[in-house]
Design a protein around this ligand. Structure first.
Ligand SMILES: [Zn+2]
Length: 336
């Protein structure tokens, strides 16, 4: 249970008292030239006691939209108006971010390295520092991601809906689509949820850029979660209009059966019917066209942005939804 007595937020080497906001850098590793590698962090500790929540961004170093979500959340939030503590890790994977890559350079995926280890790989040691100081002490959290390079996602939450608090988080964030599942072994969200800090992932947009339309939805989602968990006044929770839980067995990446250049005829968040035309793969002479159709009805959930494909390259990702949801989506603008 979260404490309702205001308490300092403590981490190795420091603390932030109630009624204070601190921006600081926390050392997680060392570069080749022995300089410290430090992670930028903001802790906003409210005047009043309440839950402690974390927001993490760029565990994958080139997944940037969440950076702007946190910047706007931190700009907007005063400790005088907060009941509880918000811990913001603005960039987790600083080495990857420096070279605009997903992974820590020459290392394993940082998001398969949690909860980390003091005597493990470089990624596991970085994970351990972040986890022990800024995730484990929290009651719940949100880890922001985007699609990998060359693709883009509809904004959606992912969480283990069998965990009541993770489910509450995923629903409160307020996206139309929620993907149910525990997540990959040793991912931040799975490690944290299994250890008692329920955590969801929010996937939003494309790597290597800022996209205003999903960033605004991300900020609204954080505000919804802060309201639901009573860090902020509760009248701010916003219902997304419609919602569908995506069954992991009922979503599918459609893959190219030919190499070539893709002309995509559908956009993310579009509702599609079974048999609907989605895209054409062209060869350089504009002949031997290969048309791709939807194998089942659903919402276009993710699609490629880089138009060149090999046979087997992913084209677009469809999540099945029930017929009544599909009709609602068809009469509105799509998924948000
Ligand atoms: Zn990611």
């Amino acid at each position: 249970m979260p404490s309702h007595t205001p308490e300092p937020f403590r981490y190795e080497g420091g603390s932030v008292d109630p009624g204070e906001t601190e921006h600081f850098r926390f050392e997680v590793s060392e570069a080749y030239v022995s300089d410290p590698i430090r992670v930028p962090i903001t802790v906003i500790n409210g005047e009043e006691g309440g839950s402690t929540a974390f927001l993490t961004v760029a565990v994958h170093g080139n997944e940037l939209n969440g950076i702007d979500v946190l910047r706007r959340v931190v700009d907007d939030l005063d400790h005088d108006d907060l009941a509880g503590t918000l811990v913001c890790v603005h960039v987790v994977n600083v080495p990857g971010s420096n070279v605009q890559e997903r992974a820590v350079p020459a290392e394993d995926d940082l998001n398969r390295s949690f909860p980390g280890s003091e005597d493990g790989t470089t990624s596991e040691r970085i994970a351990r520092q972040v986890y022990a100081n800024f995730i484990e002490p929290c009651d719940f959290g949100i880890d922001f991601h985007t699609s990998t390079g060359g693709r883009t996602n509809v904004i959606h939450a992912r969480g283990d809906l069998d965990d009541p608090e993770a489910s509450r988080l995923a629903h409160a964030f307020g996206t139309n689509l929620i993907v149910d599942g525990a997540g990959p072994p040793n991912s931040l969200r799975r490690a944290a949820t299994e250890a008692g800090t329920p955590t969801i992932v929010v996937e939003m947009g494309e790597a290597n850029r800022f996209q205003d339309e999903v960033i605004e939805d991300g900020v609204r989602g954080v505000q919804n979660v802060l309201a639901e968990f009573e860090l902020r006044p509760a009248d701010a929770v916003e219902w997304p209009g419609w919602r569908s839980i995506v069954d992991p067995d009922k979503r599918e990446w459609l893959r190219a059966d030919a190499g070539g250049i893709v002309d995509m005829d559908v956009s993310n968040a579009d509702p599609v019917r079974e048999g609907e035309f989605l895209c054409t793969i062209r060869n350089p002479f504009d002949r031997e066209l290969t048309d791709v159709e939807a194998p089942f009805a659903g919402i276009l959930f993710s699609r490629l942005e880089n138009p060149v494909v090999y046979p087997g390259s992913p084209l677009c990702h469809i999540a099945a939804v029930d017929d009544s949801t599909l009709r609602i989506v068809e009469t509105t603008r799509g998924a948000r």
